[in-house]
Design a protein around this ligand. Structure first.
Ligand code: PLP
Length: 410
């Protein structure tokens, strides 16, 4: 049961960077009856979503759908292509990159973790910047015997609001003719920020349902290149449920080797209709919308005079903005005030930055006025918490007012 003691009326503002709000249209699609997952109707549904999700990853190669959260898809990615004792290069951009590393270690993979050095005001510099491709190149250059089997990076680090330049990482691998696989977590980047699995030469992309795809949590994805499929034939880490081969085979007819999550696939089908709809500009319009909404939020944070967690404007995330609070102000107490007084959930600071910052999600089913309401709640909550800020709401209003959503090309 939801605890409605605080706020029995009005709509909750779910402004965490995922799970993101689920559009009514998707919720309605999920209310359809369960169907036989071996029957003819299911085959149509399966083929439709498997085709559509490839368009979202911008790939012509298979995308595997798991009835699991993103963590499951992380494990699937590692276990399909690696063997016990393999070395991988992992880049720490924040909490999720660190968790992926922890998982790799538990699986018996030797991960070399690299990160930007140093810290400022107790916040690691690595958690305020994107992946530095030259640092990756430096490590790969030293690996003349090609011991490193994969390079693992996070596209949009949800704990910090930093989006990394994946093309630059590919370039580093290509320049050195290093054969390692490129594995990318785009759990919160997909369907928010530009992402081209094939063109950027990614071998395994990992994503989840509860962010840009606007679905409830519960399904996740591996998009796989032919090189990754070849690697999976030789890799020896134990895999059964996660194994790509049987799933890819059965997916050819739209079915799955296990009982799939039919209702989340109904939801996915509806989400694909929304995201890929050419009348609304398709994926390019989705990316442009996120960039614009993010600018409006940053206008507010800048006017408040609070530092943005991402210290490099070139890699600001279109998905979320991390807001650093003055030393001595507990970000979770501020979040609690905003939740209790204004019915708005913001993302907590995770891991090394807990209590120092909070995160405003601006992804998925969101628009100017949803964000204006959110920013009003944040500004009021900051003032109630003793943080002297002003003008953020006005700055965002000015930004949104002066930057109308571009008209679609017809
Ligand atoms: N990677 C990133 C970048 C994430 O944002 C998340 C979750 O927010 C995960 C991995 C883990 O996914 P899940 O919580 O769906 O298991």
């Amino acid at each position: 049961m939801l605890n409605l003691d605080f706020h029995p009326f009005g709509r909750h503002f779910l402004q965490i960077p995922g799970p993101s709000p689920v559009p009514d249209r998707i919720l309605r699609a999920m209310s359809l009856p369960t169907i036989d997952h071996r029957g003819p109707e299911f085959g149509h549904l399966g083929l439709k979503v498997l085709k559509g999700i490839k368009e979202v990853f911008q790939t012509v190669h298979p995308v595997i759908i798991y009835p699991a959260s993103g963590t499951g898809a992380w494990e699937a990615a590692l276990t399909n292509v690696l063997s016990a004792g393999d070395e991988v290069l992992m880049y720490e951009t924040g909490h999720f990159a660190a968790l992926w590393h922890k998982m790799a270690s538990r699986l018996g993979i030797h991960a070399r973790v690299i990160a930007m050095e140093g810290e400022t005001d107790g916040i690691p510099n690595a958690w305020r910047h994107g992946v530095q491709a030259d640092l990756i190149a430096k490590h790969l250059r030293g690996d003349t015997s090609h011991k490193i089997k994969a390079v693992c990076v996070v596209h949009n680090e949800t704990s910090t609001g930093v989006t990394s330049d994946i093309k630059a990482v590919r370039q580093a691998l290509d320049d050195l003719k290093h054969p390692a696989l490129l594995m990318v977590d785009t759990i919160s980047g997909l369907a928010c920020a530009q992402y081209k699995h094939d063109e950027w030469g990614i071998d395994v992309s990992i994503s989840g349902s509860q962010k840009g795809l606007m679905l409830p949590p519960g399904i996740s994805f591996n998009a796989v290149s032919p090189k990754a499929i070849e690697a999976s034939k030789k890799a020896t880490l134990p895999k059964a449920f996660w194994a790509w081969d049987e799933i890819i085979e059965m997916n050819k007819t739209g079915y799955f080797p296990y009982t799939p999550n039919t209702h989340l696939l109904y939801a996915l089908s509806e989400a694909l209709d929304m995201l890929l709809d050419h009348k609304h500009g398709g994926l390019e319009a989705v990316f442009a919308r996120h960039l614009r909404l993010a600018q409006g939020v940053r206008a507010a944070v800048n006017a408040w005079g609070l530092p943005i967690q991402c210290a490099d404007q070139n890699v600001y995330s279109p998905v979320l903005t991390g807001v650093i609070l003055p030393t001595g102000v507990d970000a979770d107490t501020v979040r609690k005030t905003i939740y209790e007084r204004f019915d708005c959930s913001l993302g907590t600071g995770l891991g090394k930055i807990k209590g120092r910052m909070f995160r405003i999600g601006h992804l998925g089913d969101t628009n100017d006025l949803t964000l204006m309401g959110t920013l009003a709640g944040v500004e009021m909550g900051l003032k109630l918490s003793g943080v002297k800020v002003q003008g953020g709401v006005q700055a965002a209003m000015d930004y949104f007012g002066e930057h109308p959503i571009p008209a679609l090309k017809t």
